[in-house]
Design a protein around this ligand. Structure first.
Ligand code: S3P
Length: 449
């Protein structure tokens, strides 16, 4: 895929952020809502779907494989499913854009259907490892021809019936777990995934919600998740909670910019996703949960965040899976803390939309932060709350979270004639997960409600 023309964007240091904003729908839950609705028999309705490029890639792929998907003017999505086993052969290659979640989960779905699909993506996605899903899906009988190194473009010939397997995850990855469970949906018998380290559990929760038989059991080897195949999924009315990974940028922005007092509404607080808020609180952040409730079977609250002085800590490595997408913005928070933050045990960051350890070390270093890149994370000596020098151009590397993290860092750089502004060489990747990001920051800068 050719990526749209880069859009450079300059971000100036900011005054206090105040007011309320509502974060958009959760990306992981949005993908799964579309996929499972497309496999149900009947029509599901989805409210609060994230309308970012990644999720739209999933919608387009499900349409290409037979689902009927439409959106009303008030942003409610309707999906008429084809039933488990009913996916059709797509007429052309599935364009995955920047989205690893679309690719890996859809590979799982296609693997146990008697169809062949070709997966293509942008330059970032085409560098990412797919071997981690190719291995288990091949064991289930799928025939996969990838580009060298197990990368996209790849062609996957599914098989029906596929073979149920027991698979122990070699990396802590919800995408790999989900790919195997989704393949198991149309596979006779029981497909089992053992995850030594718990990862986000949206697939398990939602598969159950749609009527599949899914059991989860704790064992000395880790969580054992079993799905009974040849499931019949029932259509659902889904309300997608707000994305904690998107809220993370606003929470860190309000924490580091002096004088800020912000309420971020509708934040999903599933414990497998909320590690950043735990880490920030350990560093001294002021994050108050208001109006706790349940949305779409997930715990949700509004977060009131006030500016606070942060102290560097050693980030507990066992938090890593529950904040894996939030490390880039945690590095930003640490850059303004007093003392040293050690964030390790996050090797998976190297295979995200970019190598997020190298990308953030380069970006924060260019903005004047004191950072040391280590193999599995970063060591950061903070400014003690002072602004960073800024005055840098940042390579965002087709990675939305690098772009948004450095946009947040830019808000607390030195003001005045000496510059201070941070320029993102390309802000367009933000549209993959959080199209309203810059507007919501502007809203908080003007104290918007
Ligand atoms: C996701 C899982 C995580 C995460 C990604 C979304 C998911 O990836 O980084 O943004 O929806 O299952 P890994 O499974 O590669 O850790």
């Amino acid at each position: 895929m050719t990526h749209p023309t880069p859009i450079a964007r300059e971000i100036q240091p900011s005054g206090p952020l105040t007011g309320r904003v509502r974060v958009p729908g959760d990306k992981s839950i949005s993908h799964r809502s579309l996929m499972l609705s497309a496999l149900a028999v009947g029509t599901s309705r989805i409210e609060g779907l994230l309308e970012g490029e990644d999720v739209l890639a999933t919608a387009a792929a499900m349409r290409a494989m037979g689902a009927t998907i439409s959106r009303s003017d008030d942003a409610v999505w309707s999906v008429q499913g084809v039933g488990v086993g009913g996916l059709l052969q797509p007429a052309t290659a599935l364009e995955m854009g920047n989205s690893g979640t679309s690719t890996r989960l859809l590979m799982g779905l296609v693997a146990s259907h008697p169809i062949t699909a070709t997966f293509i993506g942008d330059a970032s996605l085409s560098k990412r490892p797919m071997g981690r899903v190719i291995t288990p899906l091949s064991q289930m009988g799928a025939d996969i021809t990838s580009s060298p190194g197990g990368r996209l473009p790849l062609m996957l010939r599914g098989i029906c019936p596929a073979i149920p397997i027991t698979y122990t995850l070699p990396v802590a990855s919800a995408q790999v777990k989900s790919a195997v469970l989704l393949a198991g949906l149309n596979t006779p018998g029981i497909t089992r995934v053992i995850e030594p380290v718990a990862t986000r559990d949206h697939s398990e929760r939602m598969l159950r919600g749609f009527g599949a038989i899914v059991t989860v059991e704790a064992s000395p080897q880790g969580r054992i998740i079993e799905i009974t195949g040849e499931a019949k999924l029932k259509p659902q009315q889904i309300v997608v909670p707000g994305d904690p990974s998107s809220a993370a940028f606003l929470v860190v922005a309000a924490t580091i910019v002096p004088g800020s007092d912000v309420v971020v509404e509708n934040v999903g607080l599933n414990p497998t996703r909320a590690g950043l808020f735990t880490a920030l609180r350990l560093m001294g952040a002021s994050i108050e949960e208001q109006n706790p409730r349940e949305v779409g079977g997930e715990p949700v609250a509004d977060l009131r965040v006030r500016h606070a002085a942060l102290t560097g800590i050693e980030i507990p490595p066992d938090l890593a899976p529950s904040m894996i997408d939030e490390y880039p913005v945690l590095f930003v928070a640490a850059a303004f803390a007093t003392g040293r933050t050690i964030a390790r045990g996050a090797d998976e960051l190297r295979v995200k939309e970019s190598d997020r350890i190298a990308a953030m070390a380069a970006a924060l270093g260019a903005a004047g932060a004191r950072v040391e890149e280590v193999e599995d994370g970063m060591i950061i000596d903070g400014t003690g709350g002072d602004p960073l020098p800024g005055d840098a151009t940042i390579a965002t590397l087709l990675d939305h979270r690098i772009a948004m993290s450095m946009a947040v860092a830019a808000l607390h750089c030195r003001k005045g004639n000496a510059g201070g502004a941070i320029t993102l060489d390309d802000a367009s990747p933000v549209a993959t997960s959080y199209p309203a990001f810059f507007d919501q920051i502007a809203q908080l800068q003007s104290g918007g409600a």
